[in-house]
Design a protein around this ligand. Structure first.
Ligand SMILES: Cc1cc2nc3c(=O)[nH]c(=O)nc-3n(C[C@H](O)[C@H](O)[C@H](O)COP(=O)(O)OP(=O)(O)OC[C@H]3O[C@@H](n4cnc5c(N)ncnc54)[C@H](O)[C@@H]3O)c2cc1C
Length: 470
């Protein structure tokens, strides 16, 4: 069994890994593995949000479809059960890349679809009785240096260029920022209402149970090694299906022939014990806004339903050869760095123990831009490459993949991220060197902007963006 089936005491015991903190207080349903060869109409590889949302919308549209989901560990084992719980409308990928092929308006359509997807996830969770600590109180980005204030302004103008209005983004003064969440050293903030806080493991496990109740078969402890036209080959047998969908995001490199496809980028998180009342009083954070910043080595955080702070960001970005530390244990220096950042932003947490640290992988395409694709000739499809903005995007991707499978010409299938083909990453050691260099440069840029109190973005960060194509 990958993790303890019984909920553990969540109060003070420190754990590193064990998939993620989000599983500490909830039990898991383990499902049987594939008992041998079988046939299906649609075979989905990977039981994270991409695979499960796809199964959900397919089954809803066509209840008689025989859908099999193959999962190496258990549903929700990947990034879907480890993430920061930002159910956000932030677009995965570069708008300019989408606009280059489909035009400006198509990107505006995609942005609108993302905002709709936030509400769609909330509505489905409600309709299907999935309790996942969901609260839609928006997203707050804080600026803590002069250079970050500059990027806040640039970011607002950029959003406005893409059609955003005052209903989408509101600039906050230092006092207004303090009024919502007191972040030490805050100089200002940017608020968007299009984001909800989620307990991701509750959502993904709930969704798995719902699709199973709809008649989808999920096989766990079943590792797919090859995906070919008409079949997925596993260690337990072969599933033959005219449609095979690869929904593996950061784990894509584990499939034969896919090693240089999406790069498995690592992200790490820590979470505190429940905050004592004195700390809550000092920090504020009465609502459930998600919190991010404008540092190059960005952070992301949420206040959990039981008043902890879960904070993620910096850590080892990438392991040589696209390897994955998939049980979620992260390095001590990462835990230290994230803990120091927590204390720096929220001095009132200094005396509150960190009770859990973990990491996970997300999928990064060479052009940092997401894809939904189905090749009708082979029946092979995929969705992913969300670069850290996957929680909402997987819902939109799942609905879109379902329309593609059902051969529906819809608004979704005309979105500009459909059918994109991206060049592969460089072979090693270039891949490893490039990512290490990028993160070292971003760290240096953040340090220089803080120490030298720079008014604008450090040239080092521009250089890092240029060499990585970010
Ligand atoms: C630490 C962290 C924080 C994040 N925070 C946020 C956030 O706050 N907001 C946001 O929008 N996004 C966030 N993301 C990104 C988001 O979680 C992902 O983009 C999203 O969950 C991807 O879902 P998925 O279903 O495509 O992939 P996954 O959830 O990774 O699912 C892939 C599944 O495939 C299985 N698998 C792997 N290999 C095989 C194989 N060979 N055969 C069969 N099955 C296999 C895995 O076990 C896994 O269950 C974060 C990611 C991480 C790691």
């Amino acid at each position: 069994m990958p993790i303890d089936e019984n909920p553990v005491d969540v109060s003070t015991e420190f754990t590193n890994g064990d998939v993620s903190f989000w599983y500490r207080s909830i039990g898991l349903d383990f499902r049987p593995s594939l008992p041998g060869d079988r046939d299906a109409d649609v075979c989905i590889v990977g039981a994270g949000f991409t695979g499960l949302w796809t199964a959900y919308y397919l089954k809803q549209a066509q209840p008689d479809l025989r859908i099999v989901v193959l999962e190496r560990e258990f549903a929700g084992f990947g990034a879907s059960g480890r993430n920061g719980g930002w159910l956000s409308a932030e677009l995965a990928g570069k708008r300019e890349a989408y606009a280059a092929t489909h035009g400006h308006e198509s990107v505006v359509d995609l942005m609108r679809a993302m905002r709709g997807a936030v509400d769609e996830v909330i509505a489905v969770a409600k309709a299907e009785n999935i309790e996942a600590d969901i609260a839609k109180d928006g997203l707050l980005h804080v600026a803590r240096t002069r250079a970050q204030v500059g990027r806040l302004g640039e970011s607002l103008r950029y959003e406005q260029d893409w059609g955003a209005g005052p209903q989408d983004f509101v600039e906050l003064s230092r006092e207004e920022m303090d009024d919502r969440i007191k972040v030490a050293g805050a100089l200002g903030g940017l608020f968007s209402p299009h984001c909800a806080r989620v307990q991701p493991a509750k959502l993904v496990l709930g969704l798995a149970r719902v699709v199973e109740a709809m008649g989808v078969t999920i096989f766990e402890q079943t590792t797919v090694s090859r995906i070919e036209q008409g079949r997925a080959v596993t260690d337990r047998g072969t599933v033959r299906a005219p449609i095979v969908l690869r929904c593996l995001e950061g784990f894509t490199a584990s499939i034969q022939g896919q090693r240089r496809n999406w790069l498995p980028m690592n992200s790490s998180m820590v979470v505190t014990a429940p905050l004592p009342q004195a700390a809550i009083d000092q920090i504020g954070w009465r609502r459930a806004e998600l919190l991010g910043d404008y540092a190059h080595g960005y952070m992301y955080a949420q206040r959990t339903a039981d008043n902890r702070i879960a904070l993620g960001g910096r850590g080892i970005p990438y392991r040589y050869g696209s390897r994955i530390d998939d049980r979620g244990a992260t390095q001590n220096w990462t835990i230290t760095a994230l803990t120091e950042l927590m204390h720096d932003m929220f001095p009132a947490t200094s005396a509150v123990p960190i009770v859990h640290a973990w990491c996970g992988v997300l999928g990064v395409p060479r052009d940092w831009t997401a894809t939904v694709d189905l090749d009708r000739a082979t029946g092979l499809g995929t969705a992913g490459g969300y670069v850290g903005s996957g929680l909402t995007t997987t819902n939109l991707a799942g609905r879109t993949l379902a329309d593609l499978v059902l051969e529906r010409d819809s608004e979704l299938t005309r979105l500009p991220w459909v059918g994109r083909h991206v060049r592969r990453w460089e072979p090693e050691p270039l891949r490893w060197l490039g990512v290490q260099a990028m993160y070292a440069l971003y760290r240096t840029a953040d340090r220089r902007e803080t120490e030298k109190n720079l008014a604008g973005t450090s040239r080092i960060a521009h250089f890092a963006n240029m060499i990585t194509g970010r």
